[in-house]
Every structure is written in C-alpha cells, then in structure tokens.
Design a protein around this ligand. Structure first.
Ligand SMILES: NC(=O)c1ccc[n+]([C@@H]2O[C@H](COP(=O)([O-])OP(=O)(O)OC[C@H]3O[C@@H](n4cnc5c(N)ncnc54)[C@H](OP(=O)(O)O)[C@@H]3O)[C@@H](O)[C@H]2O)c1
Length: 251
C-alpha cells in the first residue's frame, strides 16, 4: 500500500468522486487522492471492507439513469462542489465460445456500465466541474480496447467507445476541463482474481506470458498515473490515453 508521507499534499482543497472506489483499482485511486489531501467520495452499490477509511461512501448504481442522478446529488452535497471525476466502475464476463454467443443483454449491460455510466455521470456533474478552477476527468478503460478478442468483444468495444468519447469531450471542454483515459492491463484486483478463478484458460501464469515487465500490475501502478493526471503536474495533459500495462499492448 501507499505510504502517505511519500506524497506532497498537492490536492489540498480538491474534491474528488471515484466510482467503484470501494475495492480494486478504484480504492487505490481514492486512497492515492486522499494521500495527496483531496476530499474524496467513493461510489459503489455496497460498502466493502477494502474501502479507504478517509473517504465518504455514497451508495448507488451507475448503470441506471436514476442511480447516476442520485449519486451526483449526494456526492455534491457531501463535497460542496467537484474538481476531479474518476469514472472507474466497469467490467464484464467473458463468453468463451466466441463473439456470436454473446447475448444482446450482455452487450447492452457492457455498454451501459463501461460507456454510458461515464457519459451520464459526467453530464450530471458538468455544471459543478465548470465551476472548478482545476477540473480533471479520468475515464478508466482497458488494454482490451486495443486487443481484439472474441470472448470479450462486448467489453473491449465499449471501452474503445469510452476512449473515443473521452477524446471528443477533451476537445469540447478545453481549456477549462482536462479529460484523459487510463488503460490498465492485467492488474491484481478482486475483479480480476474472480475472473481468473472462474474463467477456464485464464490463469496468472498465462497472463504473465503477455507481460514484458514480468509481473501482474498493482492497483497502485494505476493510481499513480491517475494522481499525475488530476494534479497540477498534469496541467498540459488532455485528450490522451495512458496505458498502464507493463508493455502488454506495445507489440
Ligand atoms: N483489474 C484489471 O485487470 C483491469 C484491467 C483493465 C481494466 N480494468 C478496469 O478497471 C476498472 C476497475 O476494475 P477492478 O478490477 O478494480 O474492478 P473490481 O475489483 O471488480 O471492483 C469494481 C468496483 O466497481 C463497483 N461497481 C461495479 N458495478 C457497479 C455499478 N453498477 N454501480 C456502482 N459501482 C459499481 C464495485 O462495487 P459494487 O460491486 O459494490 O457495486 C467495485 O467498487 C474497471 O473499469 C475495469 O474494467 C481492470
């Protein structure tokens, strides 16, 4: 875990919302922002034992329109405004027999959670972000967006659309609000552990073959890049996609 004393208090006075911030990558991002002295709200459907202690928990479902509206209202009431939005909640299950076996409902669910949730929440929070003097949005995509793979095409396609949306938004909102994408590769989280355990053919050993740096990523590897992007150190960065994947997509 991160050591708060290593980090400058560069986000003092900044207010942040992290979806899916109760565990995995989202929890590490929330903790990293707290370490930099930001005030942080984490959102998920239910509380989790790994939730960062210093964050305020807001319960909600980002995959419904009503859920997003309620989350935006409650988060703004808790924070009193917003400077940093991290759209991190996401995921999907694999369909190992191939893309043609993915039911309509799974396609819809993937696009709702991995794309539309970020669009809806960003739109709901845009008035607050426009009030900020240092607004930054980070959308969490995936290496899957750039690696065609049938069993996961509904997920990769939704994340690829999230990247396209983010670049468009970055151009629309510049110079007032910066928008970037972070694309993790294989990162050890409860979500990826569950995936490896329940999906035949996906083991840690198999993944290591794909990773030039020779290890699975840590959630802190992703959190560090997010912290850079939302801080003043990232003030010339917008409309870009930062791959945090140990070289997996370099080939
Ligand atoms: N781990 C990886 O290797 C990896 C690689 C590439 C990209 N990513 C991306 O990184 C992000 C985080 O992944 P992760 O592995 O850290 O996930 P995770 O361990 O499965 O955690 C997911 C988080 O999102 C929340 N969440 C899920 N559905 C939600 C919903 N409908 N409404 C509100 N909150 C919701 C979960 O809480 P509740 O279940 O309580 O709602 C939890 O806090 C995702 O966008 C994922 O696609 C991960």
């Amino acid at each position: 875990m991160s050591n708060p004393s290593n980090f400058p208090k560069e986000l003092s006075g900044h207010r942040a919302l992290v979806t899916g911030g109760t565990r995995g990558i989202g929890a590490a991002v929330a903790q990293r922002l707290l370490d930099a002295d930001a005030k942080v709200v984490v959102v998920a459907r239910k509380a989790d034992k790994d939730m960062p202690a210093g964050a305020t928990f807001v319960s909600g479902d980002v995959s419904t329109s009503a859920g997003v509206q309620a989350i935006a209202k409650e988060a703004l009431a808790a924070l009193g405004g917003l400077d940093i939005l991290v759209n991190n909640a996401g995921g999907a299950r694999a369909f190992l027999e191939g893309s043609w076996t993915i039911p309509d409902e799974a396609w819809d669910d993937s696009f709702t959670l991995n794309l539309q949730a970020a669009i809806r929440l960003t739109n709901a929070l845009l008035p607050a972000l426009r009030e900020s003097k240092a607004a930054a949005v980070v959308n969490i995509s995936s290496a899957a967006a750039s690696m065609p793979f049938g069993p996961f095409v509904h997920y990769g396609a939704a994340k690829a659309a999230l990247e396209y949306y983010s670049r468009t938004l970055a151009l629309e909102l510049a110079p007032g609000i910066r928008v970037n994408v972070v694309s993790p590769g294989v990162i050890a989280t409860p979500g990826s552990d569950e995936f490896a355990r329940t999906t035949p053919g996906f083991s840690t050993d198999a993944w290591l073959q794909l990773l030039p740096l020779g290890r699975i990523g840590a959630t802190e590897d992703v959190a560090e890049v997010v912290a850079l992007l939302v801080s003043d150190r990232g003030k010339f960065l917008t409309g870009a996609n930062y791959r945090v994947d140990g070289g997996m997509t370099a080939r």
